[in-house]
Ligand binder design. Structure first.
Ligand SMILES: Cc1cc2nc3c(=O)[nH]c(=O)nc-3n(C[C@H](O)[C@H](O)[C@H](O)COP(=O)(O)OP(=O)(O)OC[C@H]3O[C@@H](n4cnc5c(N)ncnc54)[C@H](O)[C@@H]3O)c2cc1C
Length: 478
C-alpha cells in the first residue's frame, strides 16, 4: 500500500458538490485532497468524446437565475463567461389535423413581479382562458412561498386545485417533469411549489434560463483549475474502495492501493455510492447506520438524450420546450456552441432532444428511440422529414437524478450528521433543493461550512437567495 501525503480534508468525488467544497475550503487555506475516480471532473454534469460519433457529447444541463450558489461558483472560476442567458422560453405544439406547429413564448415584461410574465402568459395560444384562470388560481398558492412539509404528492395538489387536462399537459407537466424529472405522483408539492415560486413568481431574474455553451466537462474544468490554484491536490482516476480510521485520522484506500489520510473526510457522492463506501467502515456509529438504512428510501429517475446531426438547418431556434410528446426539450447545439470554432460544421445542424423521466426508454433499443424521436421531431419541424440524418446517438442516464418523492425530506441527512470528522455532501443531502447542480453546490458549501466551523472558523460560504422583487417584496415581508 503506497502512502500519499496527509492533508487537512479529504474529499471523495469531484462532482459539483465536491468541487464546491474544495473551492470553499482551499480558498480559506485548508489543505484539500480531492479524489475522483473518473478522468474528468463534473460528475453527472460531464461530457466525453464519443468514439463512434467523433463528437464531444453531453446531456445538456441548464440553470436558472435563482441558482445563486452555482452562479457564484461559476463567477469565481470564470465559467460564467460560457453561460448564455435567455429571458423567454418557447413552447411548441406539434402540427395537428392540418394546423401548423403553434408557438407560445413566455417571458417577462415591464410589469412588476409576480405579474412580470402575465402578459405573455395571457397571450399564449397553448392554453385556453379556462386553463389560464385555473393556473393563475393555483399559482396564488405559491405566491408567499411553498409548503414546508413535503408529504403531499403534486398529483394530489393538481386535483385539489382543479387543474384542467390541458393546463396539466401544457403548463404543469413541461415545467415539473423537466425540473424534477419524475411523474406527479413521485414529486412532492413542496418542490413543485419551490420551482414556481423561485422561477416564475418571485422575480424575473430568478426565471432566466442559463445554458452552458461549452461541453459540460470543459465548462467545469475552470472550477477544478481554481481549486488547484488555491492548493487543492486533485487526483483523477482515483477510485476509493474502502474507508478506515486509524490514529485519529480518516483513511481512504483507492483501488490501486494508494492511501490518503486526513482528520476530516467529506464524501461528496451520490447516495448509493455513499452507502457502499460507508458499509466498508469496520465500525459504524448509530448515525452512520441510520444514514445507510435511510438510503433505501431514495430512488433514481432516468434521463435519455438523443443526438442528431442533420445535413441542413432544421430550426433557427436555440432551444424550445415540446408539448404533447415524449420529448421535453430540444437544444440546438450548433447554435448553443456557436462560440467554439470547432463547432462550425458547415451548413448542417446538430440537435439534442431530451426525454426526462425516461423510464420507458430504458427498455428500448437505440434504433427504437432514434426512430420515434425523428418521427416526433417532424411534427414540430417539418424540415426534419426532408433532411438526411448524417449520424445519431443516444445517452441513457439511468441514475440521472434522485426523485423528490413525497415524504423523502425526513430521510435526507444533514451534512454533519455522521460526526467524528466525517461529512456528507451531494445533491441528495438536506439542501432544501431538488436533484440539481444548485443543490449539489449548496451541499458542498454547507459541508465546507460545517468543516470550517469544526476547526473554529465561521466561514459562511453560502450565497444568499435572490431577493423578491416588485410586489413580491410586500408578500415576502409579511
Ligand atoms: C442527463 C442529466 C441531465 C441533468 N440535467 C440537469 C439540469 O439541466 N440542471 C441541473 O441543475 N441538474 C441537472 N442534472 C442533475 C445534476 O447533474 C446533478 O444533480 C449534480 O451534478 C449532482 O452533483 P453531485 O456532486 O451531487 O454528484 P455527482 O455529480 O454524481 O458527483 C459524484 C462524483 O463522485 C465520483 N465518485 C463516485 N464514486 C467514487 C469513488 N468510489 N471514488 C472516487 N470518486 C467517486 C463520481 O465519478 C462523480 O464525479 C442532470 C443530470 C443528468 C445525469
Amino acid at each position: 500500500m503506497s502512502t500519499a501525503a496527509q492533508s487537512d480534508v479529504l474529499i471523495v468525488g469531484a462532482g459539483l458538490s465536491g468541487l464546491a467544497a474544495a473551492v470553499a475550503l482551499s480558498g480559506v487555506g485548508a489543505q484539500v485532497a480531492l479524489l475522483e475516480r473518473k478522468p474528468y471532473v463534473g460528475g453527472r454534469a460531464y461530457s466525453y468524446p464519443h468514439p463512434a460519433l467523433a463528437e464531444v457529447i453531453d446531456s445538456q444541463h441548464v440553470l436558472l437565475g435563482c441558482c445563486t450558489n452555482l452562479i457564484d461558483l461559476c463567477k469565481l472560476s470564470g465559467a460564467d463567461r460560457h453561460i448564455r442567458w435567455y429571458d423567454r422560453i418557447t413552447f411548441l405544439e406539434p402540427e395537428q389535423a392540418g394546423r401548423a406547429t403553434r408557438r407560445s413564448d413566455i417571458g417577462p415584461s415591464w410589469l412588476p413581479a409576480p405579474g412580470h410574465s402575465s402578459l405573455s402568459f395571457l397571450g399564449a395560444s397553448m392554453l385556453s382562458l379556462a386553463d389560464k384562470s385555473r393556473i393563475a388560481l393555483g399559482l396564488l398558492e405559491f405566491m408567499r412561498g411553498y409548503p414546508q412539509s413535503d408529504d403531499e404528492p403534486f398529483s394530489a395538489w393538481l386535483k385539489r386545485t382543479k387543474q384542467t387536462a390541458r393546463a396539466i399537459r401544457h403548463f404543469w407537466e413541461p415545467v415539473i417533469v423537466g425540473a424534477l424529472n419524475d411523474s406527479f405522483e413521485r414529486c412532492s408539492t413542496r418542490y413543485a411549489g419551490q420551482v414556481f415560486h423561485e422561477s416564475f413568481l418571485k422575480s424575473a431574474e430568478g426565471g432566466r434560463l442559463g445554458i452552458p455553451t461549452q461541453p459540460m466537462s470543459e465548462f467545469y474544468e475552470s472550477v477544478a483549475r481554481l481549486a488547484e490554484q488555491q492548493g487543492t491536490a486533485l487526483h483523477l482516476r482515483t477510485s476509493i474502495d474502502r474507508l478506515e480510521q486509524a490514529d485519529g485520522l480518516w483513511q481512504a484506500i483507492a483501488s490501486d492501493g494508494s492511501l490518503f489520510r486526513a482528520p476530516q473526510l467529506l464524501l461528496a457522492l451520490p447516495f448509493e455510492q455513499t452507502a457502499r463506501l460507508l458499509q466498508t467502515l469496520p465500525e459504524k456509529n448509530d448515525a452512520v447506520t441510520r444514514v445507510v438504512s435511510n438510503m433505501e428510501q431514495f430512488s433514481h429517475a432516468p434521463i435519455t438524450t438523443i443526438h442528431l446531426w442533420f445535413d441542413r438547418e432544421i430550426t433557427p431556434l436555440d432551444h424550445a420546450a415540446f408539448l404533447d410528446t415524449r420529448i421535453q426539450w430540444v437544444f440546438n447545439k450548433t447554435r448553443i456552441r456557436r462560440d467554439e470554432p470547432e463547432a462550425e460544421k458547415g451548413p448542417g445542424q446538430y440537435l439534442e432532444l431530451v426525454i426526462s423521466g425516461s423510464f420507458a426508454e430504458l427498455q428500448q433499443t437505440r434504433e427504437q428511440i432514434v426512430s420515434s424521436a425523428l418521427e416526433e421531431l417532424g411534427r414540430f419541424f417539418p424540415a426534419a422529414r426532408e433532411a438526411q440524418v448524417l449520424k445519431a446517438g443516444i445517452l441513457k442516464e439511468a441514475r440521472a437524478t434522485f426523485s423528490v418523492t413525497p415524504g423523502l425530506d425526513r430521510f435526507r441527512p444533514s451534512v454533519d450528521v455522521a460526526g467524528n470528522g466525517l461529512y456528507l455532501a451531494g445533491d441528495w443531502t438536506r439542501t432544501g433543493w431538488p436533484s440539481t447542480m444548485e443543490g449539489a453546490v449548496r451541499s458542498g458549501r454547507l459541508a465546507a461550512d460545517a468543516i470550517a466551523k469544526a476547526k473554529g472558523n465561521a466561514a459562511g460560504f453560502l450565497t444568499p437567495d435572490l431577493p423578491a422583487s416588485g410586489l413580491m417584496r410586500i408578500s415576502a415581508s409579511r
